[in-house]
Design a protein around this ligand. Structure first.
Ligand code: PRX
Length: 651
């Protein structure tokens, strides 16, 4: 266990909800009571009250063929209508849905009526391009309103979107396009990041050159960066020449609750990312329920801001589907937190009067490093609730967040969930739960969580174990795109009908849950999941590399950082004279192959890797080195002296 977590376990501070907050809170104890009394009826009730159904469902859960769950499966709904039209019909058309802020400082306010119109136009455009129900559309966009429009337009016509984070490389995009057999890609010429335009359309062009499937018929391009782009007149279309001129009349039909909504790729323990599949009714129910209750949403007065990119699950559930289903007003920001100045986020909070802020520990820790004087230059007094997601939040960061950003008395909720879970699973409910810095605390009402040992026995008391969901939940993944076997193996083989999350956890004496990090070869860098195997295969694909091992080493800002150990090919060693240069080249190579988020913090050139007699690399020992610790027990190594050699080389 790392020092940060040890420290967290000694944390004893508790914060009671203030009576003023509790008095106005959306959530109450009654939610837990109702869920305990009848879990399925509880979810059915949420689905009926939070959503509009074209055809009401009569069945709540079908778990007759585990692990393939069906929720509300004889009901029909349209996800886009739930996020848009029904609010307009309820007289909320003039409510701002999105306060959009571009990085250079341009901005747009978009009402629910305007967003509905734009989604209808985009839906008509996609239909004109031949996109039908269940067809896949890849979305590769910056954080601009068109990203939200594109996703909802797919949902409206029953197409399946696959959003690929704009920071991923052409190779990563190509493999995702191929895996999903996408027929259309929606992109932009470029977007703003760190004060510059980063090109996207050229990456799509390159990806389509690499994609082997040849499935893409059209590329729809939003003009944003105004950078020069190549144009293939047979394939490429401008958004402003098609969507903008399309009809804003579009009749949406209801789809079955289990109609697929999206695929989102995430890193697993092998080199190949998994296409996590989510469907409609159950997903939207839990996204809306948690968004409302965990964030204490009062849609008529709150201004909500989730800083995640729509390329990640947090952006799907808590920028697009949850908030819009609930009729919230939210901020959408295109750029980086420190452009053009380090107070940019706080300036945005002040400008729009943000009341609810949802972000990641890595961002909070970066702000801590810069010091409190930067946020103190802005008026942050509108904030009344703070959320955290993506990795364990250390108590120091939690307290700083509450005090410096939140003024000292507002709730901070730490929310545990995953791409696979679709929505929040573990979190305090503000106004109800006593808060504990560093702990994600309790399952949300209607969710059943346990901690098991390796044999599947429930861990009693305060020992650590493996986190599982013991009952199916509405927003659970329905599979891995095109690979039902991998779905079963990865999540269900270990404990039968219990979902194995891949995280370690423990309960304290109050029964609160503390997350202890991944138990598999998945790293968490700045709240993003990266696979050691994927980075290793990228390194090995470089002509200089003979062998590579990657570990996630603790990092005070990013949580974990990628550290690689590489053996060069004998034939290359004589050409590669400068190890620093070799390591820079390999870092760059990974960034080009996978994306900048995967760029290793360090690449060490070594002659050997520590292996067991059966040839398995002992990453634990490499992690000791990378974290600057005394190297642990080496007795199971084939050659016990090897760590001394490697240590000397690393130094
Ligand atoms: O290890 C857990 C960590 O992030 C993983 C899920 O990553 P991803 O699918 O990319 O989704 C991130 C955003 C939901 C989990 O397996 N994780 C996420 N939230 C927390 C967390 N670890 C501790 N505390 C959290 N609040």
């Amino acid at each position: 266990m790392n020092a940060q977590i040890d420290h967290a376990l000694e944390e004893i501070r508790r914060f009671r909800p203030s009576p003023e907050f509790a008095a106005q809170a959306v959530a109450d104890e009654g939610l837990y009571d109702a869920a305990r009394a009848d879990r399925l009826e509880f979810w059915a009730d949420q689905a009926r009250t939070l959503l509009q159904w074209e055809k009401p469902f009569t069945r709540t859960l079908d778990w007759s063929n585990p692990p393939f769950a069906k929720w509300f499966d004889d009901g029909e709904l349209n996800v886009a209508v739930n996020c848009l039209d029904r609010h307009v019909e309820a007289g909320l058309g003039d409510r701002v849905a999105i306060h959009w802020e571009g990085e250079p400082g341009d901005s747009r306010d978009i009402t629910y009526a305007e967003l509905t119109d734009e989604v209808k136009r985009a839906a008509n455009t996609l239909a004109d391009l031949g996109v039908g129900e269940q067809d896949r559309v890849a979305i590769y966009l910056p954080m601009i309103p068109e990203a939200v429009v594109a996703m909802l337009a797919c949902a409206r016509i029953g197409a399946i979107h696959s959003v690929v984070f704009g920071g991923f490389s052409a190779d990563s995009l190509a493999s995702r396009i191929d895996d999903a057999e996408a027929s259309v890609v929606i992109t932009a010429d470029g977007g703003y990041r760190k004060g510059r335009v980063f090109p996207l359309k050229p990456v799509v062009d390159e990806a389509l050159g690499k994609a082997e499937g040849g499935t893409v018929r059209n590329v729809l391009v939003v003009r944003r960066g105004e950078n020069e782009v190549d144009w293939n007149a047979d394939r490429d279309l401008w958004w402003h020449e098609t969507v903008a001129t399309a009809s804003n009349e579009h009749e949406a039909k209801g789809f079955e609750a289990e109609h697929p909504l999206f695929i989102l790729y995430t890193s697993g323990t092998t080199g190949k990312p998994k296409g996590i599949l989510h469907t409609s009714g159950g997903y939207l129910t839990q996204a809306a329920f948690t968004h409302k209750n965990v964030f204490d949403l009062h849609p008529e007065r709150d201004v909500y801001w989730c800083t995640a990119d729509v390329g990640w699950i947090t952006g799907h559930s808590y920028v697009v589907y949850g908030p819009l289903a609930n009729g919230a007003t939210q901020v959408l920001y295109e750029g980086t937190p420190d452009t053009p100045h380090p107070g940019r986020w706080w300036e945005i909070v002040e400008k729009y009067g943000v009341t609810i802020l949802y972000t990641a520990p890595t961002a909070i820790r970066s702000f801590m490093k810069l010091g409190r004087q930067i946020p103190h230059e802005f008026n942050l007094r509108t904030l009344r609730l703070l959320g955290s997601v993506g990795e364990p939040i250390n108590p120091e960061a939690w307290i700083w967040y509450r005090h410096v950003i939140g003024g000292g008395s507002i709730p901070v909720v730490d929310t545990w969930w995953q791409t696979e879970t679709g929505a929040i699973m573990i979190s305090a409910l503000p106004g109800v739960t006593d808060l504990k810095p560093g702990s994600a605390q309790v399952p949300v009402p209607g969710i059943s969580i346990d901690i098991l040992d390796d044999d599947g026995t429930a861990v009693e008391g305060e020992g650590g174990g493996l986190l599982v969901a013991t009952e199916p939940w509405p927003s659970m993944l329905r599979g891995i795109w095109g690979d039902p076997e991998r779905f079963k193996e990865t999540y269900w083989e270990k404990f039968g009908d219990k979902y194995f999350a891949g995280d370690g956890a423990r309960r304290d004496e109050d029964g609160d849950i503390w997350l202890l990090g991944r138990v598999d070869d998945v790293m968490n860098v700045s709240g993003h999941r990266l696979s050691t195997a994927e980075i290793e295969s990228s390194l090995v694909a470089h002509p200089w590399t003979a062998e590579a091992a990657v570990v996630g080493a603790s990092d005070e800002t990013t949580g974990q950082a990628v550290v690689a150990f590489v053996i060069l090919k004998a034939s290359q060693v004589s050409h590669v004279t400068d190890p620093f240069e070799a390591s820079e080249e390999l870092r760059k190579h990974v960034a080009t192959q996978i994306g900048a988020i995967a760029r290793p913090r360090q690449v060490f050139i070594v002659n050997e890797l520590p292996k067991t007699r059966s040839g398995k690399i002992m990453r634990r020992l490499l992690r000791d080195l990378a974290e600057g610790r005394e190297v642990g027990d080496t007795t199971t190594l084939a050659d016990t002296s090897i760590m001394e050699v490697i240590s000397a080389q690393v130094r």
